[in-house]
Design a binder for this molecule. Structure first.
Ligand code: GTP
Length: 595
């Protein structure tokens, strides 16, 4: 076991984690530079296009270093704020991590957030400054930040250019010399951590595991601690570039286990695997079921595609334990699904995959957080859908989720960030200087404000320089109301939302004026209103149409008349009827896209 090193790379998005991972892979015996596909560890198309690592992937490398054979298990971690729980479990599988910082950017939000997660787990950190080849690299400033923030000494910091292959040998030496070999006893009862999983149509769920004690062998019965469910191990193996079967995974090792598990929720990240007959005392700490923070409705634009959409969501769910969904019906949009996600990025990626991999056009209702209603008997009801908000008379109070936001930015934008956060109902907590030029500002803020348009506004106000991290801190009482939109006095269910009372007027007026622009005229006048309860906050009228469509024909040609009527009928098919009002499908699409 003393030749094994289990480690991860911690880096903010774009600081070069995948490029460095590829460089380390090249040093192993099985890959040479010719076979290397750029960023081999990011193996989903969308990840590659967006340049972000979403799902952790792992690889085992054999390396001969100074005449001795080593096994390096590089455990890749997702780099985005939605996936910090997965990051913490991947780190829990390691003894150390490379802390990679871009010399042109310095320490960013995820560098610090994930660095702190690693320190909490007592990992050995190896600080590396990347991209030193760039003319804009500020090696001195970045060094100083790393020393000040994490307390390293200057001698510990390695300078590298993953792109040009500089510093790679030094990094590998540091991994071997500074990170301790795993400890553990293969004779003890089995205790293994699941740090990731994926679904494979032949093997069922493949769980990625780190064995801490004991060993996993083919044919034994394993028990998943959190559910008590028992499965027989069918296959175990290592992660090479392709999976490679093996007979046993022993204490200290990292690999995969397939045990005919059909449902990904039965192999939850963070859970402990033990042997059914020999339960372990070493239940691994930190297990948490995934928490859906953001919900939205997904409807097919073409109602015939409902079953296709259902299949698509179920297929994605096979691979994604944190995706939750249930069928939902809307008077305006028809049949669809209400889906829950870990955060906005998780939502965006899932929707993009449905559109792209399954070729389904979607209408997406505005994302919403999960609100809570406190009833008179103190019972708490979760509200996943604005339409399910209880009658205000039946509840004591409403609550909404709050997060602690950390924003990293050049100091010149402090004023702009303060203003933005206070507009978003944020409470300032504190501010710290990373160095003379850069600060971390912290706020408490409702999550609902962050999922609206906070990211793009922050980027605009700081010219793209700020980065952000947030963590859920709990529910707080809040003055919330349901904002309804009425067209010709009929409520349009798909457009209802729960908002803070102070924002209802502004949001309502915006939707009402967009609807006025988008809904075609009818033979009668159509009032469009935004309302909270019976109180109307905004109103516009669509004036009645004066001419009917046949008048254009000047009474003459009958075939022309028929054609025109048919065309009109065709157009009607794509309309949604709302009482007497016909609303073209695109209206929902446009409104929901812009809101
Ligand atoms: P995520 O997967 O989003 O977490 O990003 P990442 O940290 O894996 O970054 P990635 O390796 O994709 O690199 C981001 C960009 O920086 C790419 O365009 C790389 O080519 C570039 N890059 C990485 N390392 C270096 C380096 O040492 N020097 C220079 N000049 N560019 C680099």
């Amino acid at each position: 076991m003393d030749n094994i090193r289990n480690f991860s790379i911690i880096a903010h998005v774009d600081h070069g984690k995948s490029t460095l991972a590829d460089r380390i892979l090249v040093k192993s015996k099985i890959v040479n530079e010719r076979k290397l596909v750029p960023q081999m560890l990011d193996n989903m198309d969308i990840e590659r296009e967006r340049g972000i690592t979403i799902k952790a992937r792992t690889v085992r490398l054999d390396i001969n270093w100074n005449g001795k054979d080593y096994i390096l298990n590089l455990i890749d971690t997702p780099g985005h704020v939605d996936f910090s729980y997965e990051v913490s479990r991947s780190l829990a599988a390691c003894e150390g991590a490379i802390l990679l910082v871009d010399a042109t950017q310095g320490i960013e939000a995820q560098t610090l957030a994930h660095g702190l997660l690693a320190i909490e787990q007592d990992l050995v950190l190896i600080p590396v400054i990347n991209k030193v080849d760039l003319p804009t690299a500020d090696v001195g400033g970045t060094k100083k930040e790393i020393i000040d923030v994490f307390g390293f000494s200057e001698e510990e910091i390695i300078l590298a250019s993953a792109k040009e292959g500089k510093g790679i040998d030094e990094i590998i030496s540091a991994v071997i010399e500074r990170i301790p070999a795993p400890k553990g006893n293969a004779e003890e009862p089995l205790s293994a951590l699941i740090f990731d999983s994926h679904y494979d149509s032949y093997r069922g769920v493949v769980a990625y595991v780190r064995v801490f004690e004991g060993e996993i062998k083919k044919g034994i019965n394993i028990k998943l601690h959190s559910t008590g469910k028992i499965f027989e191990v069918q296959e175990i193996g290592y992660f090479r570039i392709e999976p490679e079967k093996t007979d046993t995974l022993r204490a200290g090792e990292v690999g995969y286990v397939a045990a005919n598990i059909k449902n990904i929720e039965d192999a939850r990240v963070g859970d402990t695997i033990e042997e059914d007959k020999r339960p372990t005392k070493r239940i691994l700490k930190g297990f948490k079921p995934p928490l859906s923070m953001v919900f939205c409705g997904l409807y097919p634009i073409n109602t015939d595609e409902y079953n296709l959409l259902k299949d698509a969501i179920m297929k994605l769910k096979l691979n994604d334990a944190s995706l939750v969904f249930e069928p939902e019906t809307s008077a305006a949009l028809g049949f669809g699904f209400r889906c829950g996600f870990l955060g906005m990025l998780h939502m965006e990626v899932t929707i993009e995959r449905i559109k792209r991999e399954f070729d389904i056009d979607l209408i997406i209702t505005p994302p919403s957080v999960v609100f809570e209603a406190v009833k008179q008997n103190n019972e708490i009801v979760k509200i996943h859908n604005p339409l399910k908000m209880p009658d205000p008379g039946t509840i004591v109070s409403l609550r909404e989720p709050y997060v602690k936001v950390s924003i990293f930015s050049p100091a010149e934008y402090i004023g702009a960030i303060m203003e933005l956060c206070s507009n978003k109902r944020g409470n300032y907590i504190d501010m710290e200087y990373l160095d003379v030029k850069r600060v971390i500002m912290r706020f408490e803020m409702p999550l609902s404000e962050i999922i609206l348009d906070f990211f793009p506004l922050l980027k605009t106000k700081t010219r793209g320089y700020a980065s952000l991290d947030y963590e859920f801190i709990g529910y707080r009482e809040s003055d919330l109301v349901r904002l309804d939109i009425l067209v010709n006095r009929e409520k349009v269910d798909a457009l209802s939302s729960i908002v803070h009372r102070s924002k209802a007027q502004e949001i309502g007026s915006k939707i009402v004026s967009s609807l006025k622009r988008l809904i075609p005229r009818h033979m009668f006048e159509i009032p469009i209103q935004a309302a909270v309860g019976s109180k109307i906050l905004a109103r516009e009228n669509i004036a009645a149409m004066k001419k009917n469509v046949l008048q254009k024909c000047y009474g003459g040609d009958i075939t022309r008349k028929r054609k025109l009527l048919e065309k009109q009928k065709e157009g009607k098919k794509k309309m949604k009827m709302l009482g007497d009002v016909q609303i073209p499908q695109e209206v929902f699409f446009e409104i929901l896209k812009n809101s």
